[in-house]
Design a protein around this ligand. Structure first.
Ligand SMILES: Cc1ncc(COP(=O)(O)O)c(C=O)c1O
Length: 397
């Protein structure tokens, strides 16, 4: 079996910087306490750890202050907190706008609310080749009943980088809460939440931020918490004399004991990003995208989906080989070259309808900061060889 070439960073990043694992081991061996739940040194150390992690994440996305950072379980958790917090109590007939490139962690809560509260979600069509949404189409869809606009920053199917600045501006012009799903962009490309001006930005800690599974972040713009109810209550380790849930940030949305060991790892992942500078990581990603697009260009029998303009995309590539199911392609890439990919629908059915690959899907290769030019070269050579093999079989049949 060849050495593993990890190209599934869209699912979760691997490898993590060594400091991430070291911090988690250190936490488990030396600290092991819960923040806000004790007066002894280790409990205080855990509180400091959480505070440091909030500062680091706030710095990463240029948040107004660390208390704007809510720790969540993953991106889906943050998206649910915002979508349900804003829309759960909206009257029947309320309208929400999202795009056809959204992940199921946006599609499903919106569709669930359609059944539960009479919400009318509308998923705006995106370009069938690039996946790009036209901001004017979002503007045109706004009605007096529109209560939320949701937009994915980078598609986990096509790598399309949506014009979120324009989308957030439209939402602001109409005073409609705006949620950005930054699951595939945080840590991969610079995000400045103050310049963006969206009310909510949700992202995982375990993908581009290089933390462990079980970590995530929801950024909430100052004041936006007033429009987002909390759907869960519980212990916060603060104002324990009061039997109602605090409305202060970030306690309003953080219930129960934290995933402190995960946040210890996340802190080191974010520090790694800050040391290297996310703009430099984006440049590295752009170079890999350019290489992949150039080296796969014109390969007979190989389809590469999504934008061909680097500024409009990230290193998430959906491909198909004529005559092979995505699962068969993934199996050949792993067996022959050790390349780890993800075949199928990638939890984004409307994205596949958009690019014409529903319901069979695609095979996805997704890059991270540790993806080397040599690994991309191996992947493009492998794809060309598999496509040539499939062609030869088809011709001889
Ligand atoms: C665009 C997008 N949104 C949301 C999610 C959900 O992320 P998580 O698995 O951290 O909940 C993903 C996961 O792949 C994603 O790609």
């Amino acid at each position: 079996m060849p050495d593993r070439i990890y190209m599934d960073n869209s699912a979760t990043s691997f490898p993590k910087p060594p400091a991430v694992t070291e911090a988690m081991v250190r936490f488990a061996e030396d600290c092991g306490a819960s923040a806000g739940r004790g007066a002894y040194a280790e409990a205080k150390a855990c509180e400091r750890l959480l505070a440091d992690a909030r500062v680091a994440v706030a710095t990463l996305i240029n948040a107004e202050s660390p208390d704007r950072i809510v720790f969540t379980l993953n991106a889906s958790d943050g998206l649910n907190i915002a979508i349900r917090g804003v829309l759960n109590t909206a009257p029947a007939g309320s309208h929400a706008i999202a795009t056809a490139l959204e992940h199921n962690s946006v599609l499903r809560p919106c569709n669930a609310l359609a059944g539960q509260t009479g919400l009318e979600p509308e998923f705006i069509a995106c370009d069938g080749r690039t996946g790009l949404v036209a901001p004017d189409d979002i503007r045109a869809a706004i009605r007096p009943e529109t209560r939320m606009i949701v937009c994915v920053h980078v598609s986990n199917v096509t790598g399309t980088m949506q014009p979120i600045d324009a989308v957030a501006e439209i939402a602001r012009e109409h005073d409609i809460p705006c949620l950005i799903d930054a699951a595939q962009s945080a840590g991969h490309a610079p995000i400045d939440v103050q310049a963006l001006g969206a009310d909510f930005v949700a992202f995982p800690g375990h993908k581009g931020c290089l933390g462990p599974l079980g970590t995530g972040v929801l950024y909430i713009r100052p004041g936006a918490e007033d429009r987002c109810k909390t759907m869960r209550e519980g212990g916060t380790g603060t104002i324990s004399e009061v039997a109602t849930h605090p409305i202060t940030m970030p306690d309003k949305y953080e219930i129960g004991s934290h995933n402190a060991i995960g946040i210890a790892g996340l802190l080191e992942g974010v520090r790694w990003l800050l040391d290297r500078d996310v703009a430099a990581i984006r440049t590295h990603d752009e170079q890999r995208c350019e290489q992949f697009l150039t080296d796969t260009d014109g390969v007979a029998g190989l389809s590469v989906y999504g934008p061909r303009t680097i500024a409009d995309r990230s290193g998430v590539f959906s491909v198909n080989v004529d005559g092979l199911a995505p699962g068969e392609l993934a199996a050949r890439l792993e067996a022959g070259w050790g390349i780890c990919t993800r075949p199928g629908m990638h939890c984004a059915p409307l994205a596949h309808k958009t690019i014409g690959t529903h319901p069979t899907g695609t095979c996805r290769l997704s890059f991270g900061p540790y993806t080397t030019a040599e690994q991309v070269a191996t992947a493009t050579t492998a794809l060309a060889e598999v496509a040539a093999g499939a062609r030869a079989v088809a011709e001889s049949a």
